[in-house]
Design a protein around this ligand. Structure first.
Ligand code: HEM
Length: 454
């Protein structure tokens, strides 16, 4: 006899999944407490299984991962980012992962860090200028700008602001369009009539021309810069000696741009908001930053000494994981913990709910960087914390993201005070990443000037 699991019925008898779809972040964080760590809800012709149970998660992402492909939402993304690492499957994914992986080896990261630090230094100098105007700033827009500039520098060695602004706009508009299609699939036919699909295609065509042009120039560059694009261009399959085609290069480059900046930007925005409510944590960070860096720019070797800063970042991503969930779909029927998984199942792994599970966290809903004290951390099961996913499809950019966030957060906290604009609502909105719905409006002043000004 197969095991049974709780079924979520909800208020809407005909569409129990509707409540889940409205806000899967809030839904799974709240409901997992009452429904347990493995439950199901019917949704139209599908069955959505919400899992936070470690054994079940390991089954889907590691042990039997060959039986699972990414869920349908990822396929919408293909319209913009093509078939890069995030959206590809099977043998093609495996060979691409082998080709892209060396770009993220430690020696290469050390090289990329140099470009990152140049851009971060310039960004901080510009932020000093902006704060002189005395107007509140949207921290989430600021962080998107900073991380987009960093990823474009490390990917293409470009610092041209006109290009950056246009690429950024195209990606943001494309994301809005694709989220709309995913959330309201019945509206897709209208997007062909009201011009929004045409605009999307035009934008993507511009983006493609830009990147194909960069690839072409780079192929003939006698002194190519040591960036991610050069790494991708020169990478060859160990067995076959094959390099990537231009189309594969384009798709991987756009994927790294898209996957690589909004995630870090949202984590940093949540960090600034949480820190504005925790002056004690800011003070402790400043003590560490003063001891390790003083007034100078961080070097690569400094990062491993900024241990408390790292704990703060880990704790931010525990409460507000930018990739708040992972979706999978079985290729053949399966059985997990004795429960039959049909072909029409969607496996929804809620990273957000797992990372607030009271069994593993002393203060599950509070901002408490001490959760990551090394002695506490080693007691915890591995899957209790997985902001970068798990198994073979785990984030390829995790070390890149951590060093970028450590660098930016240390500089921001050292140089500025951040204070929320009173009454501004702050609410997580689960789109492709977990973004602050209304942005994060803050007064930003050079450090130490807040008290003097009020
Ligand atoms: C705070 C920052 C980041 C977070 C929280 C994050 C999170 C994730 C998660 C959860 C996955 C797994 C998705 C799945 O299994 O379905 C993933 C995959 C991926 N991420 Fe990240 N990511 C971050 C930053 C980055 C950066 C900086 C890059 C690149 C520069 C990047 C590139 C990728 C790629 C290419 C994949 C697909 C890997 C594969 O399937 O082989 N990410 N990320």
């Amino acid at each position: 006899m197969p095991n049974t699991i709780p079924v979520f019925k909800g208020k809407n008898r005909f569409l129990p999944g509707a409540e889940f779809l409205r806000n899967p972040f809030e839904f799974t964080v709240k409901r997992s407490h009452e429904m347990g760590d493995f439950y199901m809800m019917p949704f139209l012709l599908r069955k959505i299984f919400v899992i936070t149970n470690h054994e079940a998660v390991a089954h889907v992402l590691t042990k039997n991962q060959k039986n699972y492909r990414k869920s349908p939402a990822y396929r919408q993304l293909r319209l913009a980012i093509g078939t890069g690492l995030v959206t590809s499957e099977g043998e093609f994914w495996r060979s691409q992962r082998r080709l892209v992986q060396p770009a993220f080896y430690k020696t290469q990261l050390e090289e990329l860090f140099k470009g990152m630090a140049v851009v971060a230094g310039k960004y901080i100098a510009e932020l000093h200028e902006k704060t002189k105007r005395g107007e509140p700033l949207d921290a989430s827009k600021e962080m998107m700008e900073a991380t987009a500039r960093i990823v474009l520098k490390t990917l293409f060695s470009t610092e041209d602001t006109a290009d950056i602004n246009e690429m950024y706009r195209v990606m943001m508009d494309a994301q809005d369009y694709l989220v709309y299609r995913t959330v309201k699939p019945y509206m897709i036919p209208f997007t062909y009539l009201n011009g929004s699909h045409r605009k999307f295609k035009r934008d993507i065509a511009w983006f493609n021309r830009y990147i194909f042009d960069l690839i072409e120039k780079r192929r003939h560059d006698p002194n190519p810069p040591n960036d991610l694009l050069t790494m991708l261009l020169t990478s060859k399959d160990e067995d076959t000696g094959q390099a990537m085609s231009d189309q594969a290069l384009r798709d991987e480059a756009v994927t790294l741009f898209a996957a690589g900046h909004e995630t870090s930007a949202t984590a940093l925005s949540w960090a600034l908001w949480l820190l504005s409510n925790h002056p004690d944590v800011v003070q402790k960070m400043r003590g560490e930053i003063a001891a390790v860096l003083g007034d100078r720019m961080p070097g690569f070797e400094d990062l491993r000494k900024l241990t408390y800063t790292m704990q703060v970042i880990q704790e931010v991503m525990r409460l507000y994981p930018p990739g708040f969930a992972i979706g999978r779909q079985p290729l053949a029927e399966d059985e997990i913990l004795g429960v039959k998984i049909p072909l029409n199942a969607i496996m929804f792994i809620s990273i957000a709910a797992m990372q607030r599970d009271p069994r593993y966290w002393e203060r599950p809903h509070d901002f408490f960087p001490e959760h990551f004290n090394p002695d506490v951390e080693k007691e915890r099961p591995k899957l209790a914390y997985m902001p970068f996913g798990a198994g073979p499809r785990m984030c390829i950019g995790n070390h890149f993201a951590l060093m970028e966030m450590q660098l930016l957060l240390a500089l921001l906290v050292r140089d500025f005070d951040f204070e929320m604009v009173e009454g501004h609502p702050v609410e997580p909105e689960p789109l492709i990443t977990l973004k602050p719905k209304y942005g994060i409006l803050m007064r930003v002043r050079p450090a130490g000037k807040l008290a003097a000004a009020s």
